[in-house]
Design a protein around this ligand. Structure first.
Ligand SMILES: NC(=O)c1ccc[n+]([C@@H]2O[C@H](COP(=O)([O-])OP(=O)(O)OC[C@H]3O[C@@H](n4cnc5c(N)ncnc54)[C@H](O)[C@@H]3O)[C@@H](O)[C@H]2O)c1
Length: 424
């Protein structure tokens, strides 16, 4: 089978994309250097959770439309080469494009007239032009006429891939005359609107989509810290802000992180004319674990030798993705207080304790990821039954619905039937 599309990097973005192309009838070659990942795809077993992916993977493996390889150069057999490699940020506040450069170097000698290279990874402004320039410099192709290069950023949220691939506008920024059209034609297979723009505008639109979210979450996180200082209830203040107010609203607090939000702002900061604002946003979000630890210490005294249960290790609710999760930072900070930390997460790969064992007789229970398994007053009552009345319940997400960041389990008695703590 000659592939029509090659997808390089079968990670959280690349694998669902490869499956989706194949499920729309294209012959797809998926490429990754991780042998375990390739074996999982060959066995039609999803290596991570993504709703809808397992059935679709089984379908496209059975139909023979998705095959795999560990050689980047094999991608040259396809007309369209989509790059979905990781793009972390260095601690220097600078994009790390070493994976993309290494794949490009593997591909260079195999590129021929008519090839299309799509950068689907999140990249710093200017990277698409760099890739086009690199290919032109080393192979002499005219980009946009001989070989086509475009950025088509992925803006889908983890857990919603198969819903959003067919609905979210697909932004395409092509280099030269024809690149945008060619790549738009490829992505038309999903049925979502194609929006053509320049490469740098596509890059900016993607990273600023994430910067907007990262900043939006920093505001309620900072408000949560302010409220603690003033003895106010952040959830009540948020309700006061948002109720029947027609000009936007404020989000809810939480442990804001994850591999995309934590790094993508750095792609703007690396060349910013007004550096610092987004670093401040990052510092607010990064200080939430410390804020929670300090809040526990203010109420319980020293945590040395106290059992603290952490519920959820994923970076947010209802995912098994632990990369760059602040829950792990929270656990590390608690351990530095010499607390006896127990953890429970039914979704992630990191081994954890059963719920009852993790929570029993804990001095404090922190909801670090708002999974559905922890939601609701019923679950809070389960926790209280295992800890006793004196345990501190720490719930920055308001996952239990009690409307308190810090509250004692005994306060459960004051809960009204709708789950809110009765006001004095
Ligand atoms: N995860 C998300 O929710 C999300 C959302 C939007 C955009 N993005 C962006 O998409 C890109 C990919 O992110 P991800 O989360 O899928 O990353 P990932 O780390 O899950 O996947 C990268 C894959 O590439 C493979 N790989 C690395 N170097 C390779 C090489 N030289 N040759 C072949 N394979 C190689 C790795 O083994 C891995 O399987 C990043 O730029 C990210 O910022 C991610």
């Amino acid at each position: 089978m000659i592939p029509e599309v090659a997808v390089i990097g079968l990670g959280r973005i690349g694998l669902p994309l490869a499956i989706s192309f194949a499920d729309r009838g294209l012959n797809v070659l998926g490429i990754d250097k991780d042998a375990q990942r390739l074996q999982a795809v060959e066995d039609a077993q999803m290596p991570f959770q993504e709703p809808g992916a397992q059935d679709a993977l089984a379908r496209v493996r059975a139909s023979g439309r998705l095959t795999v390889s560990d050689r980047v150069a094999d991608a040259a057999a396809a007309e369209h080469i989509v790059i979905t490699l990781g793009t972390p940020s260095f601690s220097h506040i600078e994009i790390d494009i070493s994976d993309i450069r290494s794949a490009l170097d593997d591909l260079l000698g195999h590129l021929r007239f008519g090839h299309t290279i799509v950068l689907r990874s999140t990249i710093a402004p200017g990277t698409t032009d760099f890739v086009a320039g690199y290919i032109a410099k080393h192979r002499g192709f005219v980009i946009g006429e001989d070989v086509f290069v475009a950025h088509a950023p992925e803006r889908i949220a983890a857990g919603r891939f198969f819903d959003e691939i067919g609905t979210l506008p697909c932004i395409v920024g092509g280099v030269g005359a024809e690149s945008g059209e060619r790549v738009g034609g490829l992505f038309e297979v999903f049925g979502a609107p194609i929006v053509q723009t320049t490469p740098v505008q596509a890059e900016l639109a993607k990273i600023w989509t994430n910067i907007l979210r990262y900043t939006n979450f920093a505001l309620p996180n900072l408000l949560m810290m302010d409220c603690e200082q003033h003895g106010a209830n952040v959830f009540e203040v948020i309700e006061l802000i948002n109720r029947d107010y027609p000009r936007g609203g404020i989000s809810m607090p939480g442990l804001t992180a994850g591999t995309c939000l934590r790094k993508d702002f750095a792609f703007s900061e690396e060349r910013s004319n007004a550096p610092g604002m987004l670093l401040a946003v990052s510092r607010v979000n990064e200080s939430v674990p410390l804020f929670l630890v300090e809040g526990m210490k203010r109420r319980l005294g020293s945590l040395n030798g106290r059992k603290i249960a952490v519920l959820g290790l994923a970076f947010k609710g209802n995912t098994d993705d632990e990369r760059d999760s602040l829950a792990h930072k929270l656990v590390r900070m608690l351990e530095r207080e010499l607390a006896d930390v127990s953890v429970h997460d039914p979704r992630v790969q990191t081994p954890s304790q059963p719920f009852e064992e993790a929570v029993s007789a804990a001095a404090a229970v922190v909801v670090a990821a708002n999974h559905d398994e922890f939601a609701g007053i019923g679950r809070l009552r389960d926790v209280a039954a295992l800890t006793g009345d004196d345990a501190l319940i720490v719930d920055p997400w308001n996952c239990f619905g009690a409307g308190q960041v810090f509250a004692y389990a005994g306060e459960l008695a004051a809960l009204s039937p709708n789950g809110r703590v009765a006001l004095p």
